[in-house]
Ligand binder design. Structure first.
Ligand code: SF4
Ligand code: SF4
Length: 131
């Protein structure tokens, strides 16, 4: 099947989606990370993810998510620890979580459209707007 043509180019983007604070991982994602790094799922969970708890609606409705750990970034405040800071690429591409494979879930990426608009407006092909 021919892959649908998309209107964004990740190779020209500093990986904004990898800076989202909550990149949720499933058990399957953790198992994949464990296999990739040759560690146990428990070790992968502890090393590469952390629990995020928030309240949705009612105060007693706690939602627990397991999310990828971040580290400080040179362009944005923080980014996924697997983002290569210099080349702005995923360093675990084959083992990345499902949510990273699916994003941006369509032919368009909102951030890339914004980036393209700003670069044209600034007449600077490398311009990076502060998000
Ligand atoms: S923000 Fe959009 S264009 Fe940038 S890396 Fe993510 S999917 Fe690609
Ligand atoms: S795992 Fe890779 S694609 Fe997913 S957020 Fe981290 S650097 Fe980005």
């Amino acid at each position: 099947m021919t892959k649908a043509k998309v209107s964004y180019d990740c190779s020209k983007c500093p990986g904004y989606c990898c800076t989202y604070p909550r990149i949720v991982v499933s058990k399957k994602d953790i198992n994949r990370l464990a296999k990739y790094f040759g560690v146990t799922p428990a070790e992968a969970k502890a090393s590469y993810t952390r629990e995020y708890v928030f309240t949705e609606g009612e105060p007693d409705e706690h939602v627990r998510e397991q999310i990828l750990r971040h580290r400080t970034d040179d362009i944005y405040k923080t980014a996924c620890q697997f983002l290569d800071k210099e080349h702005r690429r995923c360093t675990i591409y084959e083992a990345r979580p499902d949510v990273c494979r699916e994003f941006p879930n369509g032919k368009k990426c909102g951030y890339y459209s914004f980036l393209k608009f700003e670069r044209k407006h600034q007449d600077d092909k490398d311009f990076i707007p502060s998000a």
